[in-house]
Design a protein around this ligand. Structure first.
Ligand code: COA
Length: 380
């Protein structure tokens, strides 16, 4: 029975968007919104990018400590073995129509990993690693199928990120591209109680399984207010066209009451720390013309947003320079959000395990503001 609006009045508990609600405890990721900090298990992203591989970050999130050299070897072997898809998922991959947006295909494909046996509740680290290993294989398999090309077998000796690019293209990517995408993967690996992770935790809280949770997570990631923005950033940059046009373009967009993609964040009230690092990576890897355009749009947009929404502190978020880095890695726009999903599997797995270890059904209230009960049903 929903509680009525009046019961919430003055209690301070009605919190649209749950911005101030705290749904539990976590040891995974600290998001410091006011100061612009982000760390996994006590390791700042500034420390991780350039020092750790994505695989090492997966280990850090799943186990709580950095991997030893022996752990890394074992992890690489395990990931390689797990890249072989189960028969059921291979069948679904073959039967999907070609030409779907890859993210829609990925949502179905992640679900196909659940065969009632392989991922029983409660989730384990091994299951988490299987999710990390298999999602990029599924996605790349679908992309190849859409190009009427056979799926590629994983190549031994490649790191996880280089492997992903190889499975998509059949080529070894340039080290500069792999380095840029590896930074992106590390920065996107987890991010506190974001919408997709929350969706996953809600599903896990019913004692449902990891694959069901990950399917819900990718569904939540699809929306432009969460993970669906980076391709729109690229579209925006195309539409702005030249650095000289940036000011006029953003002012006109804000006058039409549009949201500028890649700006603003629920948690960060300063520049998103991931955007800062991605800007540095973009300076090393992106096309210089494109970078000049992006920097002009950033400057114009931050100033225009401050004029339009004074005091709201709207700055670039991860999606803005993320788009440039994904472009530089050679990925097409319809793979931007799916690639975000591939990177985020690490965080989803770690959160599923954490939720199950200290579970309580997640079931918030809603304030009822509808008709007062007592209406008579029209008869005759
Ligand atoms: N462009 C224009 N205005 C923006 C904005 C943007 N990118 N981001 C926030 N605002 C404005 C809103 O219009 C709103 O103004 P109002 O109160 O006058 O209506 C105010 O800032 C607060 O926005 P709200 O949607 O309540 O904040 P939120 O915390 O729910 O939103 C985002 C966070 C990320 C959803 C939001 O900043 C956004 O839509 N950004 C663009 C999409 C994007 O980049 N998504 C990727 C996220 S990583």
């Amino acid at each position: 029975v929903g509680r009525r609006m009046a019961e919430f009045a003055g209690t301070g508990t009605l919190d649209k968007g749950l911005e101030h609600a705290v749904m539990g405890e976590s040891r995974l990721t600290l998001v410091e919104g006011e100061t612009g900090g982000l760390s996994y298990r006590g390791y700042s992203i500034d420390e991780l990018v350039g020092h750790a591989s994505y695989e090492a970050v997966v280990h850090l999130l799943l186990h709580g400590t950095p991997p030893t050299a022996a752990d890394v070897t074992r992890l690489e072997t395990d990931l390689h073995k797990l890249r072989t898809l189960p028969a059921g998922a291979r069948g679904v991959l073959q039967s999907l129509p070609v030409g779907l947006p890859p993210l829609e295909a990925l949502r179905t494909l992640i679900s196909s990993l659940g065969d009632g046996r392989s991922f029983p509740y409660p989730p384990t680290r091994e299951q988490g690693l299987a999710l990390v290993a298999q999602v990029p294989v599924l996605l790349a398999g679908y992309v190849r199928r859409s190009q009427h090309a056979a799926p590629l077998d994983p190549l031994g000796g490649l790191g996880h990120v280089a492997q992903y690019l190889f499975l998509l293209t059949g080529r070894r990517s340039e080290p500069r591209q792999v380095r840029a995408l590896e930074a992106y993967f590390i920065l996107l690996a987890d991010h506190g109680m974001n919408a997709s992770t929350f969706a996953l935790r809600v599903v896990l809280s019913t004692q449902s399984d990891l694959i069901s949770g990950a399917t819900a997570a990718v569904a939540a990631l699809k929306g432009p207010l969460h993970g669906g923005a980076p391709s729109k950033v690229s579209d925006m940059l195309d539409s702005v066209g030249t650095p000289e046009n940036a000011e006029a373009w953003v002012s006109a967009a804000l006058a039409r009451k549009e949201r500028l993609m890649g700006f603003g964040h629920r948690a960060y009230k300063t520049e998103d720390p991931r955007a800062k690092i991605l800007k540095r990576i973009a300076r090393e890897a992106a096309d210089p013309e494109r970078l000049r355009l992006a920097e002009a749009v950033e400057t114009a947009a931050v100033a225009a947003l401050e004029r339009a929404k004074p005091g709201l502190r709207l700055y670039t978020n991860v999606e803005f320079y993320g788009a440039l880095v994904l472009e530089a890695a050679g990925l097409p726009r319809d793979l931007f959000t799916p690639t975000f999903a591939v990177a985020r599997t690490a965080g989803w797995a770690a959160h599923a395990i954490e939720q199950a270890a200290d579970n309580r059904l997640i079931r918030p209230e809603v304030a009822y503001i509808g008709e007062t009960p007592g209406h008579r049903w029209p008869v005759g």
